[in-house]
Design a protein. Sequence first.
Length: 103
Amino acid sequence: MTTTATGTSQTAAQPSAQLQKTAKAFEAIFLRQMIATMRSSSLGEGLTDSDATAQFRDMSDSRTADNMAETGRFGIADLLIKQLGAKMATDPNAKPVAEEPPK
């Protein structure tokens, strides 16, 4: 942690890499759910609908959601980083989240 000319620490001012990664993952999950809900609202089955096409469509939708989250155009990850980053910066008792849970 280094102090800048304004007296603020760089780690407090910048969101951690783990927070950014988690916020983008949350945005991707949210977008997957949104796309799945939109797909489930279709009014009927088409001639080419089958379990195989549904599985392929789900994989494609998942990849689309990941790409949409990566671009950050929806801003969900940015809002999470802003809110949680501010909380982490002001809470001296905040503990970092472990990368992986113990086995």
